[in-house]
Design a protein around this ligand. Structure first.
Ligand SMILES: Nc1ncnc2c1ncn2[C@@H]1O[C@H](COP(=O)(O)OP(=O)(O)OP(=O)(O)O)[C@@H](O)[C@H]1O
Ligand SMILES: [Mg+2]
Length: 256
């Protein structure tokens, strides 16, 4: 499904927090229908890169091109309009709202209004569609109208992923989407990633679980201390090579 024309070109992105360089001269591309895993130790800069691509954070240098269009100052609304959906590491759900209103936040469905007025929220339809999406995860909610604050970590993760996959058009960014999930639900998330790929949507997924990464990714980008340590093609790579790039052992090997 991957084509030659990249959907995202990340070109020399840098981001500083005070003196800390969270990202240094990071460049790589993602193609339509391609799954790129972003791996690296804690603090390597993975979430910072997600934030740059979703428009939450402004890079201090470099540029991001979406479908060939320059977007150095990417705003969150631009990213959403263009078709980037994000599952943030902190999930970014509105905890006092029920699942359906989280899934449809800012895109609420309304009933037809009288005399050209804005109609009432169509809660029934939003709940039904959200319920269907959550059922795919095997997540059944005893009370679908309760705010997500009362849900388990895994259930909240399912709401965030359901929202992203429902609206995704071009690129989905998943920051540790299986971190709070058990074996069965993790497998479902991996299947959802495969479905996105099948729809020609590009996926960048962050995970510390290399078994998962090898089962899902076409390529693996390793970040170390804010820099791209290596980019691997999954089926030409061993776990040991990826681990060496994550830890920096590859530098030692090269020096010897
Ligand atoms: N808002 C912020 N203010 C200051 N420093 C930050 C901020 N966000 C990230 N950093 C720093 O930038 C670096 C990269 O952090 P980031 O969250 O991108 O790492 P990560 O690879 O996602 O790590 P993890 O695997 O733990 O989620 C770290 O040194 C972190 O302390
Ligand atoms: Mg992170």
């Amino acid at each position: 499904m991957a084509t030659d024309h990249p959907v995202v070109e990340i070109d020399g992105i840098s981001k500083f927090y005070g003196k800390v360089a969270a990202l240094k001269d990071v460049s790589f591309t993602i193609h339509p229908g391609e799954v790129v895993a972003l791996v690296g130790d804690n603090g390597a800069g993975k979430s910072t890169l997600v934030d740059c691509l979703s428009g939450v954070t402004k890079p201090d240098g470099g540029s991001i091109r979406l479908d060939g269009v320059h977007a150095t100052t990417l705003e969150t609304t631009t990213a959403l309009d263009w078709g980037v959906e994000t599952v943030y590491q902190g999930l970014a759900l509105a905890n006092d709202l029920e699942p359906a209103l989280n899934v449809y936040l800012g895109r609420e469905l309304r009933m037809p209004g009288l005399l050209g007025r804005v109609g009432m929220l169509d809660r029934r339809l939003m709940r039904q569609r959200t319920g269907d999406a959550l059922n795919k995860f095997g997540v059944g909610l005893s009370n679908a109208q309760r705010p997500v604050a009362y849900m388990s970590g895994g259930q909240r993760q399912a709401v965030a992923i359901a929202r992203a996959t429902m609206w995704a058009k071009r690129l989905v960014l998943l920051d540790e989407p299986t971190a709070a999930l058990g074996v069965k639900q993790s497998a479902i998330v991996l299947n959802i990633i495969r479905q996105l790929k099948g729809r020609g949507i590009a996926v960048m997924v962050i995970s510390h679980n290399l078994q998962e990464v090898f089962s899902i990714a076409d390529r693996i980008v390793v970040l170390r201390l804010g820099r791209v340590a290596n980019v691997f093609t999954t089926n030409e790579t061993t776990t040991e090579q990826v681990v060496s790039a994550i830890t920096g052992a590859d530098l030692v090997e090269r020096a010897e």
